[in-house]
Design a protein around this ligand. Structure first.
Ligand SMILES: Nc1nc2c(c(=O)[nH]1)N[C@H]1C(S)=C(S)[C@@H](COP(=O)(O)OP(=O)(O)OC[C@H]3O[C@@H](n4cnc5c(=O)[nH]c(N)nc54)[C@H](O)[C@@H]3O)O[C@H]1N2
Ligand SMILES: Nc1nc2c(c(=O)[nH]1)N[C@H]1C(S)=C(S)[C@@H](COP(=O)(O)OP(=O)(O)OC[C@H]3O[C@@H](n4cnc5c(=O)[nH]c(N)nc54)[C@H](O)[C@@H]3O)O[C@H]1N2
Ligand code: SF4
Ligand SMILES: [Mo]
Length: 735
């Protein structure tokens, strides 16, 4: 089964995948009894082929962390946490929820899903199921500080939120990386194993990789770097598209075959001028045009955008333009272009079956923001807690979310959480967020539960299936997240499922586990074995091939008619909502507006680091050696007039907050832009993380309805208007 040749006496090797990021690298875990001795890369994994980054290798230290929460904790009146039994925690939570439902209805209860749920299928399904069973609109997800704009564009262009094409990296000849840093992040919305090598291979076979980024990121440093002002993205893309349309470089055949409404493109771009594009991007118009021509004329090109392109004020428009550029140049659904995934699990079908997918079927109570796949954005959360009236949010269950750091206006989020009647946090740590909770409930971690890469399998450059048993037993009294959610739901008489049949079965005392439900769905899906009628996959089979099973050597092409869920399988390019966003963009004051520039001379962007994962892994000694306080990167020409030297402390002030951090002077950022690692500045009980200290980036970000991406409600976390002032001189410089 899952045991492989044991080396030293008493040790066994078990294969699974790393459940930290979207790369979902295959790993081999050396286990002795209950102890994890070592984690290394699995050379037999279809995508990662032996690759492993420092985070995956160090994960044993998270499992064994002395600060890990291993028993349910209840907050005491003096703020301390006391361990309690599962029964006492769950019974009290159940009683309080029942009381709230009696007084204010189910819609007063909310659920939040943080990022690590992407590798935790049981939690993911049970959280969505719990929200569906509660019929609450208070369903929040990390997507609203990340990729809600993708989900909106998926719905508009392809008729389903989850249809999100990704680069066919193994075959492309021209990759444009717009605001992504895969050398550090290992790819997002694209699961391309050994991604750095795959990008290098593009150049080796005579192709190009162009990285468009205000910072000479680790990726930009290795390929062609085109610096661009923060938030220049929609301008750059509109300028490129205009060039391609005006010069007749569109692929007429592809447009006729795949789309309708292409004739509206010139009108959409009518007000875009070369001068404005140059001013907003900081890139010469001739260079924008040259890039557009090269992209259009490449035999196989892919324009890939990620966080840098999806955390600005026009992120839906930006994403729409990315897609339209790929489509208009004939690169969608083409070998080496942007392709559709071939998942092991038909996630599109699943969400359609339960009517989860969709857009703007209702609006949020306080701010009137359109729902995205049945969710409300985090930007509105504090106001949903604080604004009285029917539907006011009074109790929240947060699973794998550290929103008092990772959400926009983090300080306000933390304060608002204290106003809830009940806050439950499922988290292995007492974090800045969970410290506000009435109960912290300890989850198992990815080595300790069975797992499948739910999120990653949708965008895999080698389509594959993997489902592995737990590699080691759970520590302490930790329980699987889904089990905890199920236990809470039981106490309020619900089955955490969108399915009516499941509710009825629940009344008869029959409850499926997520494993059984997913196995059933998977076996009857496109890759399934139909209970022996086809040669496909099942949980039992996958449990025996723990390196994963290759479903196909490469993602399919020529499938757009099937994958587009609009009439005739055609992509409706003309989108009134996007036309109005374009008008809003054009009407916005220019980046060169002198009054703004005087008040806020710099623009702040976020920065991910190799040895960090969003707001966690910061308590692991191996991953936090050296001075890990977040340092502000500032260009020498910007530092000089501020009398700033390396290591000085500086205040960063935005219209919404102020933090103090040390500075690093470096020309890796373009003039006028400053960059700061985000998701530091910890509180709570992870002692090492707290001791590292540092400023919290999102105390500078906004959450007002005016400061989000309007169509998707996505937060704006990059391109913040700031000024920087020296606070104290570094000791080294002073002496
Ligand atoms: N090591 C590590 N890996 C991770 C994570 C992590 O925290 N650490 N997080 C994971 C998660 S949740 C995600 S979503 C992915 C994200 O994956 P990526 O999107 O690849 O990660 P970022 O580092 O956010 O990349 C954004 C890039 O955009 C640039 N940028 C900032 N503002 C702008 C702008 O306005 N325009 C343009 N064009 N560029 C801009 C930044 O300088 C940065 O280089 O990474 C995942 N992988
Ligand atoms: N300024 C700025 N802010 C950002 C971003 C940015 O680029 N700039 N990026 C945004 C993005 S893309 C994302 S995805 C979000 C991510 O932000 P969050 O969704 O908050 O996710 P994480 O910080 O990755 O992890 C949250 C918590 O999950 C816990 N956890 C880990 N594994 C498990 C588990 O198995 N079970 C349970 N129950 N808990 C677990 C960790 O201890 C941690 O406290 O941050 C966003 N915030
Ligand atoms: S790249 Fe991501 S999945 Fe791979 S080992 Fe590192 S953290 Fe784990
Ligand atoms: Mo993310």
């Amino acid at each position: 089964m899952n045991e492989h040749g044991s080396g030293t006496a008493g040790t066994v090797e078990r294969k699974t995948f790393c459940g930290i990021c979207e790369a979902a690298c295959g790993v081999v875990v050396t286990v002795q009894g209950d102890e994890v001795l070592k984690i290394r890369g699995d050379v037999d994994h279809p995508n990662s082929k032996g690759f492993l980054c420092p985070k995956g290798a160090a994960f044993g230290a998270v499992r064994d962390d002395p600060d890990r929460v291993l028993q349910p904790l209840q907050r005491q009146p003096d703020g301390r946490f006391e361990p309690v039994s599962w029964d006492s925690a769950l019974d009290d939570i159940g009683a309080r929820l029942r009381d709230l439902i009696r007084r204010h209805g189910r819609e007063s209860i909310g659920v939040h899903l943080g990022n690590p749920n992407g590798w935790n299928y049981g939690a993911f399904m049970w959280l969505l199921g719990m929200a569906a069973a509660l019929k609450t609109r208070h369903l929040y997800t990390a997507s609203s500080v990340d990729i809600n704009n993708y989900w909106v564009v998926g719905e508009l262009l392809y008729g389903h939120n989850l249809v999100t094409p990704f680069p066919d990296i193994a075959h492309t000849q021209f990759l444009i990386v717009l605001g992504a840093n895969p050398v550090v992040t290992h790819g997002s919305m694209m699961t391309a194993g050994r991604v750095k090598e795959q990008m290098a291979a593009i150049v080796e076979r005579g192709g190009r990789v162009v990285v468009i980024d205000p910072r000479r990121s680790e990726t930009a440093a290795q390929f062609e770097w085109q610096p661009m002002r923060p938030d220049g993205d929609p301008w750059l893309l509109a300028g490129m598209l205009k060039t391609i349309v005006d010069e007749g470089l569109t692929d007429g055949d592809a447009l006729a075959r795949q789309t309708r409404g292409a004739e509206g493109l010139p009108a959409l771009l009518a007000a875009v001028t070369g001068e404005r594009v140059a001013a907003e991007t900081g890139i010469a118009w001739a260079d924008v045009q040259a890039l557009a021509r090269a992209f259009a004329q490449s035999p196989a090109a892919a324009l890939y955008g990620r966080c840098g392109a999806s955390l600005g004020p026009f992120s839906t428009l930006t994403n729409y333009l990315i897609n339209v550029l790929n489509i208009a140049t004939g690169n969608l659904d083409r070998r080496g272009g942007m392709v559709f995934g071939q998942p092991m699990l038909d996630t599109e079908g699943f969400t359609r079956l339960f009517k989860i997918n969709g857009y703007d079927r209702w609006r949020t109570r306080v701010d009137g923001i359109p729902e995205v796949m049945g969710t409300s954005p985090l930007a509105t959360l504090p106001r949903e807690i604080r604004t009285p009236g029917k539907g006011q949010l009074r109790a929240l269950l947060i699973a794998s979310g550290n929103i008092a750091t990772t959400s926009c206006a983090s300080g306000e989020v933390g304060a608002a959480l204290d106003e809830l009647e009940l806050l439950i946090s499922l988290d292995p740590y007492i974090t800045e967020t969970s410290q506000h909770a009435h109960y912290i409930l300890p989850p198992t971690l990815w080595l300790e539960r069975d797992g499948m890469p739910v999120f990653s399998q949708m965008h895999a450059s080698v389509p594959y299936a993997q489902w592995t048993p737990a590699s080691v037993a759970a520590r302490g009294d930790a329980r699987d997240d889904w089990w905890i959610i199920d236990a809470i739901c039981k106490r309020i008489g619900l089955v955490p499922s969108p399915s009516k049949a499941a509710q009825w079965l629940g009344k008869l005392g029959i409850r499926l586990s997520p494993a059984t439900a997913v196995d059933l769905f998977m076996r009857l899906g496109p890759a399934g074995d139909w209970f022996g009628l086809k040669p496909g996959i099942s949980r039992r089979k996958l449990f025996q091939q723990t390196s994963g099973v290759t479903l196909s050597a490469e993602p399919p092409v020529g499938v757009s008619r099937k994958r587009v869920h609009h009439p005739g399988g055609l992509i409706p390019l003309a989108q009134p909502l996007m036309a109005s966003e374009m008008a809003r963009l054009i009407a916005r004051p220019s980046a060169d507006d002198p009054a703004q520039a005087k008040l806020w001379p710099l623009r702040l962007i976020s920065m991910r680091e190799l040895r960090s994962q969003n707001s966690w892994l910061h308590n692991v000694p191996k991953l936090t050696t050296g001075d890990r306080r977040p340092h502000l990167r500032i260009h020498p020409d910007d530092a000089r007039p501020l009398a700033l030297h390396d290591g000085d402390d500086a205040a960063i002030t935005s219209p919404w907050g102020e933090i103090t951090v040390p500075v690093t002077i470096s020309d890796e950022v373009m003039r006028g832009t400053v960059a700061l690692p985000h998701n530091w500045g910890h509180g709570g009980g992870w002692r090492r993380a707290v001791a590292i200290g540092g400023g919290r980036y999102n105390d500078l970000t906004a959450n007002t309805a005016a400061e989000i991406d309007v169509p998707s409600g996505n937060a704006v976390l990059n391109g913040l208007r700031v000024r920087v002032t020296r606070r104290s001189v570094a000791l080294a410089a002073a002496s």
